[in-house]
Design a protein around this ligand. Structure first.
Ligand code: GLY
Length: 398
């Protein structure tokens, strides 16, 4: 290479990287502006005089907005969305708003009849603690205590759903439950008590052993005998079939094991996260735009809904993974960028004032249950914004 061509290619590379980073800054800014406008409309449309503050979760069949309290597993995502908007914009007027909706779900610390308290508490109080308020330490530890009531030392896991004679379930544990471990890890950090950390590690290890198939794909539900700790059966509740690849469960596994690696440094966790991601990435039915079908084994593919929520969860997880000690980390950021480009396109991102004021369209709650099929979901929006935060931080614009 001559001196001239070396200088020229250096200039070209600099111009290209400036152009790319400018392009990416614009991409982030445009998405923040959109999210602000849409979420502001959502806030305005909530009945503030209502006796109980409820948060928007999805839309009903008649296109009206459906709301829920902290007793619903989706109850923490709207407060979390407000915290993420504050983080993305730096606009402190979001703080009292985020605090109001976060405070409205404080009752989560008393909930012991399901495992979702980790989702509910960490998206709301967890983000609030990270960004603004020390007043949330206590509620996080108390909610971890509530989750701990569901831990059975014989099985080595926290129980996800209740026992059901009708469904022949005794101690069902779903892969989604990996996400609730963040609450345990955080509670040990805050309290200095290792018991929460130990329950989290026990849960992650047993799930690693029982939930995954040799190719890295995973079961949705593993049911155990609470007396002996033995596995009773491996089935699905929200997937196409027991042996299929229910996409959101896989997204929870990718995210959950990357998060568990962040807290523990246990290499087995990040290896599982990457292996499970590869199942989706290499799946012959993965569409070109990287927005997966709701189940990658559904025989109706391509004539079956996509699931934007899974894509958003994956994008957020992949941005975090791209900052970790893994081979060729930039491949994970590139994939996340591809997802974010698709989600930000008119094919998936709504028009302002439409879609019940949710950001993303085209998610699936439970197709077998006939619930929220091809609808907006507040957790799709939450993970989309979390992915945007992570992308902006990696690129130095936040
Ligand atoms: N249980 C959370 C989900 O439906 O993905």
């Amino acid at each position: 290479m001559t001196t001239f061509s070396r200088i020229f290619s250096g200039i070209a590379l600099t111009v290209l990287s400036v152009a790319c980073s400018k392009g990416s800054d614009d991409f982030i800014k445009e998405n923040i502006d959109f999210a602000k406008a849409q979420i502001n409309l959502a806030v305005q449309s909530i009945d503030n005089d209502a006796e109980q503050i409820l948060t928007p979760i999805t839309i009903n069949k008649d296109n009206t907005v459906k709301f829920a309290s902290y007793r619903d597993w989706r109850g923490g995502f709207f407060p979390g969305t407000l915290w993420l908007l504050y983080e993305l914009t730096g606009d402190s007027s979001y703080i009292p708003l985020a605090e109001k909706y976060t405070e409205s779900i404080r009752g989560v610390q008393e909930v012991t009849d399901n495992h979702d308290v980790g989702f509910i508490c960490m998206c709301s109080f967890g983000n609030g603690l990270r960004l603004n308020s020390e007043n949330y330490e206590d509620v996080i530890i108390r909610t971890a205590d509530a989750l701990a009531t569901r831990f059975n030392p014989t099985v080595g896991l926290t129980q996800s759903w209740g026992e059901s004679e009708k469904l022949d379930r005794k101690f069902p544990v779903i892969i989604d439950n990996m996400m609730n471990l963040e609450l345990f890890f955080k509670a040990s950090e805050l309290s200095g008590d290792p018991k929460y950390y130990e329950m989290a590690v026990s849960h992650a290890n047993r799930t690693l052993k029982e939930h995954f198939r040799p190719d890295g794909s995973c079961y949705h539900v593993v049911d155990y005998d609470p007396e002996t700790g033995e596995v009773r059966k491996k089935v699905t509740a929200q997937g196409y079939s027991d042996e299929s690849i229910w996409t959101r469960g896989h997204a929870w596994a990718v995210y959950g094991y990357a998060m568990a690696y962040r807290f523990t440094g246990d290499r087995r966790y990040i290896e599982q996260s990457l292996k499970t991601f590869d199942v989706l990435r290499n799946h012959p039915s993965m569409p070109e735009d990287c927005i997966p079908f709701w189940d990658m084994c559904c025989p109706d593919i391509p004539n079956t809904p996509r699931d934007a929520s899974s894509a958003a969860i994956l994008a957020s997880a992949l941005y975090e993974i791209s900052t970790m000690d893994v081979d060729n980390p930039s491949q994970y950021k590139q994939y996340a960028d591809k997802i974010m480009t698709s989600l930000s396109s008119p094919a998936y991102r709504a028009q302002i004032g439409e879609n019940g004021n949710f950001i993303l369209m085209h998610s699936v709650g439970s197709l077998p249950g006939g619930a929220e099929v091809d609808k907006p979901l507040n957790y799709a929006d939450y993970y989309f914004l979390e992915a945007l935060v992570r992308k902006a931080k990696i690129e130095g614009s936040l």
